[in-house]
Design a protein around this ligand. Structure first.
Ligand code: PHE
Length: 454
């Protein structure tokens, strides 16, 4: 086992919470959540999402952090160390694959955010709603540009990871997070005071209960909750492995979940009121371009809108980067811990592999027809990747993590690790119940229900 001095640990508790929140808060909150709410029919999606976060994801967040801190290894090594001689390490392998798979399409969207820094600052994207969404279409149809932007994201991520855990990750997030919260608050206040905003608020807050049992809504909400909280693939497990034995896992988990969820909700308070203030707006029709179609119109209503726009996309890019860092860190930590590669080599080779897998996603929104609508799937390549990894791989990883902690490692051992050095664990009986019964049963039911109704 590599000693913790070699692996690196967090500089402080606030540093850890910020870094874990940095992993959680990203495109999933500001791009993914509003997009999914739009496709999932508004407030009903929000409701199901919140239930998934509280009943399924928060307990699994505690479980992942605890496995990581106990084993002090990458996901594959952690499962193997706790139950040697079994196949449980395969859960870690699923996480390593998910890290690379998610990063491959995530870096494409992060590339869009980078481009929009320039587009908003220079005033390139202006005009009415139609012009703004046509602009987005023309931009994403530019294949070489999109591949180039994806490369910028991956190279920047790799550069941060060369620096190792503390100096790289912690420093970036400490500055970004408070600034992002402040800007989102300002934008939300502007959005809800626009004419027509109340229609957007109603859409966002008043559930249409007829869709409550719609399998696509439930599956998308579950997948979105895992994706947004960076769960089910060992990212939080890996971050937990850098967490010092003195810190309280439960406090950290609650902070991360609260920060992540409030940022997602806040993004909805920006997108829907401003979206509905545009004539003819249809939240379900815009797909992945939703925020890129709505936000430039919102900035146009603000004095100094160019500056707000550029600042927003700078912060969104930083939030995305603190997530790409954690996505890349999972496979990288694996190759360092399990195959004894140097950090440099691991970062380099994994980044190249992710770049290659990402190319079809970069070409999926207009550049190459085949990737834009896959034969027989009525879906583009990027959406296919997002569906495979977010809606299936992450919940399945979470299911296996819950079964592992609840029934194999057993919750009393996990509780002992959480309470090491006298840390309190309020609600531990409830947590055990959720991990042993509610999480596995709920996730399995949702996955089976989704597949059966396909
Ligand atoms: N949670 C990140 C976001 O919302 C994405 C992510 C998923 C990061 C899984 C790490 C692991 O943007």
């Amino acid at each position: 086992m590599v000693s913790s001095a070699q692996r690196g640990t967090w500089g402080s508790k606030a540093g850890f919470i910020l870094a874990a929140a940095g992993s959680a808060v990203g495109l999933g909150n500001i791009w993914g959540f509003p997009t999914q709410v739009g496709q999932g029919g508004g407030a009903v999606f929000v409701l199901v999402y919140l239930l998934c976060v509280l009943l399924i994801c928060l307990p699994i967040m505690v479980a992942e952090l605890t496995i990581g801190r106990y084993a002090q290894l990458d996901p594959v090594g952690s499962f193997a160390a706790i139950r040697p001689g079994t196949r449980w390490w395969l859960v870690g392998v699923l996480g390593v694959l998910a890290g690379a798979g998610i990063l491959s399409f995530y870096s494409v969207i992060a590339g869009w955010a980078i481009a929009y820094i320039w587009f908003t600052a220079t005033g390139a994207v202006t005009g009415d709603a139609e012009a703004v969404s046509a602009f987005f279409g023309t931009f994403t149809a530019n294949g070489p540009l999109n591949i180039g932007l994806m490369m910028v994201v991956l190279v920047t991520t790799a550069a941060v990871l060369f620096g190792g855990v503390q100096s790289g990750i912690e420093r970036v997030t400490k500055l970004m997070m408070p600034a992002l919260i402040a800007l989102l608050l300002i934008l939300a206040m502007r959005a809800i005071t626009l004419p027509g905003a109340s229609e957007g608020l109603a859409y966002y807050l008043r559930p249409d209960f007829s869709r409550l049992l719609d399998p696509t809504v439930i599956n998308a909400a579950l997948g979105q909750a895992f994706f947004s909280l960076s769960l089910g693939m060992g990212a939080m497990l890996t971050y937990g492995s850098y967490l010092s034995k003195r810190e309280s896992i439960v406090t950290a988990a609650c902070w991360v979940v609260a920060l992540d969820t409030s940022m997602a909700l806040l993004a909805g308070f920006i997108i829907f009121p401003s979206g509905f203030s545009i004539a003819g707006f249809d939240p379900s029709a815009s797909g992945p371009g939703l925020i890129f179609a709505v936000l430039p119109r919102l900035f146009a209503t603000l004095p100094g809108g160019h500056l707000f726009g550029a600042a927003f996309f700078i912060l969104l890019t930083m939030a995305a980067l603190s997530s790409t860092i954690s996505l890349l860190e999972v496979p990288v930590a694996h190759f360092i811990d399990a195959h004894k590669w140097s950090r440099r080599r691991a970062v380099l080779l994994v980044t190249i592999a992710v770049f290659l897998i990402g190319i079809p996603s970069a070409l999926a929104n207009g550049a190459v027809g085949l990737f834009g609508s896959l034969p027989g799937l009525s879906m583009d390549f990027l959406s296919l990747m997002a569906t495979i990894w977010n809606n299936f791989a992450l919940p399945i990883g979470g299911f296996l993590t819950a079964v592992f902690v609840g029934w194999v490692w057993r919750t009393d051992n996990a509780i002992e690790e959480v309470m090491r050095n006298g840390a309190p664990f309020p609600g531990r009986a409830l947590w055990s119940f959720l991990i042993r019964w509610v999480c596995p049963v709920a996730i399995a039911t949702i996955i089976v229900y989704t597949i059966a109704s396909m």
